[in-house]
Design a protein around this ligand. Structure first.
Ligand SMILES: Cc1cc2nc3c(=O)[nH]c(=O)nc-3n(C[C@H](O)[C@H](O)[C@H](O)COP(=O)(O)OP(=O)(O)OC[C@H]3O[C@@H](n4cnc5c(N)ncnc54)[C@H](O)[C@@H]3O)c2cc1C
Length: 351
């Protein structure tokens, strides 16, 4: 199941009150019109996630004005557009060595940053804020627009390369409102505070609808299996389902790194099954393990973002345990080691 993690046909059910009244263009980023004309137009972006934060500085280059409307703020990590260390490594070393060192640097840096944020959230808030404090114009106040109510990495963090997001504010091409939408009007929207915003285009960067396994219905011996009832083995296979592997990435690091760890594990298992003359592998929990895992009640995705919590409510995310092979993925180094050298017999029935 290399089917990604969201519904390709339907975005998250957006709840923008009165959006049908708006006479301008409404765009959802998942279905971006190739010919969207936003030059010299007034654009409102609703949302505070990576999509909104990536779109804003790029649209601001040509639009008349871009206003981001967010319910609640998120954390920003300002990284250099071109890292001087990367450039030095590329200039002074053969490409294959430089590439590996740069990749390693990002791997270690990302892992350390995540751990730092989780262990020392207050210090992390200070460090993150220092990254952008001097990039905001005095006309844009940090509070409430850039002071999140949750801890760093409770939700995904937005990277702004070279601080491009903040540049749009300094150039007077962007504005931000932290408020709720009362209703949309023919030419814009009204916030709960009573403030009225006008726009030619509204972009609803309100999120994806999580879908695991491309929405495929699973049947074992003609009986439907609900994935939310099943625990995930090494973040890759579902309890009681033979010969089915999922490629699920990280929620708290590059998705593709965990996809890499999954690919290593999957190919290793398939080779092992083939070379030993077996024909199936199926994860299982003993009744005692099942009881314990149910008590533990760990989330497979360690985020409290709305799109994750609504997916939990819709019962489309498999379950995870607290120990052994039922733990969610943790970090690339641990997961790669477990994929290449880890035990692949515990919790597994081979036939
Ligand atoms: C806006 C956005 C920004 C992102 N930014 C990053 C980032 O910076 N870094 C990062 O690592 N990741 C990022 N991701 C996550 C990104 O989705 C993954 O990195 C990567 O694309 C996942 O690859 P994949 O092959 O697992 O799934 P996908 O690229 O999602 O591919 C899944 C494929 O399965 C097909 N499919 C799905 N269901 C079915 C079905 N029922 N039948 C047949 N085919 C089906 C789809 O059509 C698609 O071709 C981002 C995602 C989004 C949406």
């Amino acid at each position: 199941m290399g089917t990604g993690y969201y519904d390709y046909k339907e975005p998250a059910q957006s709840k923008v009150p009165g959006i049908e009244k708006f006479k301008g263009q409404v765009v959802h980023p998942q279905f971006w019109p190739e010919d969207l004309q936003y030059e010299d137009k007034k654009v409102i972006i609703i949302g505070s996630g990576a999509t909104a934060v990536t779109l804003l500085p790029n649209i601001a280059k040509k639009a008349k004005m871009v206003t981001q409307v967010q319910r609640s703020p998120g954390y920003f990590l300002v990284l250099p557009d071109k890292d001087p260390l990367d450039l030095a490594l590329k200039d002074n070393l053969p490409k294959w060595i430089a590439d590996r060192l740069i990749r390693f640097k990002y791997l270690v840096g990302g892992t350390l940053l995540y751990q730092f944020c989780r262990l020392f959230p207050n210090k992390a808030k200070e460090v993150l804020a220092k990254g952008w404090a001097n990039l905001l114009p005095s006309s844009t106040k940090p509070d409430p627009h850039f002071v999140p109510k949750y801890q760093p990495w409770d939700q995904r963090m937005c990277i702004t390369p070279g601080g491009d997001y903040f540049k749009a504010y300094r150039e007077g091409k962007a504005d931000i409102k932290t408020d709720q939408i009362e209703t949309c009007t023919e030419d814009g929207l009204i916030l709960k505070s009573g403030e009225k915003l006008t726009a030619d285009i509204i972009i609803t960067a309100t999120g994806l609808k999580i879908q695991v396994g491309g929405g495929a219905k699973l049947l074992v011996d003609d009986k439907e299996v609900i994935i939310a009832d099943k625990f995930m083995w090494k973040g890759t296979m579902l309890q009681d389902i033979p010969n089915l592997w999922y490629v699920i990435g990280y929620a708290n690091a590059s998705w593709t790194l965990a996809a890499d760890a999954a690919a290593r594990l999957i190919t290793r298992m398939i080779n092992d099954i083939e070379s030993s003359g077996k024909h199936s592998a199926m994860p299982f929990l003993t009744p005692k393990e099942q009881e314990q895992a149910e008590k533990d009640n760990v989330s497979l995705l360690p985020l409290n973002s709305t799109y994750v919590t609504t997916a939990m409510d819709r019962r489309v995310i498999p379950r995870a345990g607290k120990s052994g092979n039922w733990k969610p993925r943790s970090n690339y180094f641990v997961d790669m080691f477990r994929s290449i050298y880890g035990n692949i017999t515990t919790g597994m029935v081979y036939a």
